[in-house]
Every structure is written in C-alpha cells, then in structure tokens.
Design a protein around this ligand. Structure first.
Ligand code: GDP
Ligand code: CA
Length: 317
C-alpha cells in the first residue's frame, strides 16, 4: 500500500502517474482541506476536487483544475445580482468562478453535509461517482482554514482571497491554520500512514498544502514514526515553483526557496527527497540536511513523465 500526502494540481498529476505503475486500489491519498471555503452557501474543496477530476480523466488539462469543457452560465447569471448586493455583502460575488458542471459537485457535497454526513463519507461518494479507484481521504473532517497575514499590516486574508482574489500577489509575514489544534485526523488517515509500504509527499506547496496536513494533531507524529519510509518530491525546481507562490512564500517565511530549504523543512519526518536533475549540484547540501537525496526528472509534462516520477519515488521499496 502507498499513502500520498496531496495538495492540488501537482499532487493530482503525481497520483495520475502513480496509478499507472501500481494498482490504484493500493493507493490512499490524504488530501489537504485547509483551502476549503464556503461560497454561496456551498462547501467547496478545491484540492479534493482537483485530485478527483484529474484521476477521473475529467480535469481541464490546461489549467490543471476544474472540468474540461466547462461552461459558465451560472456565474454570468450571478453577476446580475452581484451588482445589486449591499456594500460589504459577499452574496453573488463572482471573483471565485465556479463552473456549471463543477457546481453540481458542491451542491451534492453541501446537501450531504447538511444531512449529517461527514466530509470523508462525501468524498468517498464523490470519488466513486467519478469511478476513481484509489481511496481519497480528507486530512480531517473538522474545519481548518488557512489564514495569511499580509506583510504590509493589512487585515488577515482567507486562503481563497489571497490565492484567487489577489492572485497571491501579496507579500505575507505569517500563515496559520485556524482550527487545526482541535482537528482530528479523518478516519483511516493514521492507519494509512502507519501501514503503508511507503508514504509519498507529492510535489505540492510545502507551506499551503503539506504543512496543514502535517499540522493536524497526530499526523505529524505518525509521519515521524514512519520517517524511514517517507519520500518527498521537491515542488521547487531550480529555485522556483513551477506554478503558484511556493517559492515566494518559502522566502517570505524565512526558508530558502530551493531543494535545500525544502529538505530542511521536511527533515523531521522525511528520509528521502527526490529533486530534479536541474538541482543535481545541490544534492550534497540536501544530504547535509539529513535527508537522502535522489536525483531525476521531476517535471511532469504529461502522463509518461508522471508515471516515471512515480516509479522513481517507489524505487527501492
Ligand atoms: P495547488 O494546486 O494550488 O493546491 O498547488 P499544489 O499544492 O499542487 O502545489 C503546486 C506546487 O507543485 C508548486 O510549488 C509547483 O512547483 C509544484 N509542481 C506542480 N507540478 C509539478 C511537477 O510536475 N513537478 C514538480 N517537481 N513540482 C510540481
Ligand atoms: Ca490547493
């Protein structure tokens, strides 16, 4: 069995590679939920949905998230009300665009949560509806919300405000995961970590996608116990993120935005770091951080590269 800690796009592509080289039924993905958000009264879980849609082969291949062939009629219709919403009301806001087909996922999830189902049950139902064969588990069924403090002293931002509304063009001085101290790992998470042959940390944002998973009480400890069998893929290649703000956030929060910074951050619970060929010259510094270093091609241009990367992370297991 393989257990994967997953954020959004990078993790989804990695998982799509992994299921080409191992039986999908032997894969459990523990997915970040700290960027989940309520919009229009609907529970939206961006990372869970990105992983689901990607493994279903339904993802928009250019964006890496959302559904291929999506239409936007509901958002266009909503804009009529947005113009009339009272000052300060988020009702009708369209800055976070939800596609017509994607909306169905949020409608279903919200209805089931309102009936008393927990997010782990709903996630299993949604992924089954998409014929996803690996097991997708939210990190927790409790509400945890990433909050970011802008460096200029302006008020704290919710994750989607930071990421989508301001397109992460805001320097940040602190990140916290509100509610995490009382969160419990979702059913099956600790077991999936304890019993896996290998635990893989997918190429995801270390600060925004992996840190919240590790911060859930019990998960970080379970990972540290399995440290020898935990392998991570660096999301930083040649000092930069392939997409998104991971490199800037690392620097803003005092970490080196490089494979060495990632190694130092993950060292307490990761024994092996897979870094890209572009960073081969830094393998010695990664090992000096106490992390075994594997060098290879890590950029997933397509399914073949994703499968090769998955095989590299499993080598020796
Ligand atoms: P999200 O989609 O916003 O939730 O973002 P993720 O948590 O998936 O993180 C995206 C991170 O994954 C960025 O730091 C990217 O550099 C990294 N990433 C995306 N695709 C790849 C890839 O093909 N190879 C590697 N090594 N990293 C990747
Ligand atoms: Ca995400």
């Amino acid at each position: 069995m393989i257990t994967v800690l997953a954020g959004g796009v990078g993790a989804a592509r990695y998982l799509a590679g992994l299921v080409q080289v191992v039986d999908p039924a032997a894969v459990t993905a523990v997915v970040n939920t700290a960027d989940d958000v309520w919009l229009h009264g609907l529970r939206v879980c961006p990372d869970l949905d990105t992983v689901t849609y990607t493994l279903a082969g339904a993802v928009d291949p250019d964006q890496g998230w959302g559904l291929a062939g999506e239409t936007w009629s509901a958002m266009t219709a909503l804009a009529r009300y947005e113009r009339r919403a009272p000052e300060g009301s988020p009702a009708g806001s369209t800055w976070f665009r939800l596609g017509d087909h994607d909306l169905a996922t949020h409608l279903y999830r919200t209805a089931r949560l309102a009936e008393g189902a927990d997010l782990a049950e709903v996630t299993a139902e949604v992924s089954a509806a998409w014929d996803v064969r690996c097991r997708l588990v939210p990190m927790t069924t409790d509400v945890v919300s990433t909050r970011l403090t802008p460096a200029d002293g302006s008020p704290e931002l919710g994750f989607q405000e930071y990421f989508v509304r301001y397109r992460h063009a805001v320097a940040v001085s602190a990140v916290r995961f509100a509610g995490v101290e009382h969160a419990r790992p979702a059913a099956g998470v600790l077991d999936a970590i304890a019993t896996a042959d290998r635990v893989v940390v997918a190429p995801s944002n270390p600060i925004l996608s992996i840190a919240p998973i590790v911060a859930v009480p019990g998960i970080g400890e379970a990972l540290a116990e399995r440290r020898a069998d935990v392998v991570a893929v660096s999301p930083i290649v040649a000092g930069a993120a392939l997409r998104g703000p991971a490199d800037r956030l690392l620097a803003e929060l005092g970490h080196e935005p490089s494979v060495v910074g990632v190694a130092r951050l993950y060292a307490p619970w990761v024994a092996t770091l897979v870094i890209d060929d572009a960073d081969a010259g830094r393998a010695g510094e990664v090992e000096a951080a106490g992390v075994r270093c594997v060098v290879g091609p890590t950029v997933m241009h397509g399914p073949a590269e994703a499968a090769a990367l998955a095989a590299l992370t499993l080598a020796g297991s």
